[in-house]
Ligand binder design. Structure first.
Ligand code: ZN
Length: 107
């Protein structure tokens, strides 16, 4: 058996893009891409079919609301558009029945 495998095909790659080159106007370099937020491949509602978005489920909705009571944007929450809208709608309903705050002022 011959274990010949051509590994070097095509142009050479340099890992994930974003390494950047010298110079450039960006002051905040140092290749920090994800900070803090875990990046999900798919939204958790798509991944888990048993997970239902319910406006009465404040425990669940809390994940999608910031400390100040704002709805977490999709790029951070990782939801798909469909479910993000459902979440946003549920959060709004949840606010009406006072399960979630409209806004949290410092105090
Ligand atoms: Zn989804």
């Amino acid at each position: 058996m011959s274990m010949e495998m051509e590994e070097n095909q095509g142009p050479p790659r340099r890992g994930p893009r974003g390494a950047g080159g010298p110079g450039g106007d960006k002051k905040s370099g140092s290749s920090v891409r994800k900070r803090g937020f875990t990046r999900r491949k798919v939204c958790r509602f798509c991944a888990d079919k048993t997970l239902v978005i319910d406006y009465k489920d404040s425990q669940l909705l809390k994940y999608f609301v910031t400390d100040r009571g704002k709805i977490v944007p999709r790029r951070i929450s990782g939801n798909c558009a469909k479910h993000q809208r459902k979440v946003a709608l549920s959060v709004r309903r949840s606010r009406m029945i006072a399960l979630l705050p409209y806004s949290v002022t410092g105090a």
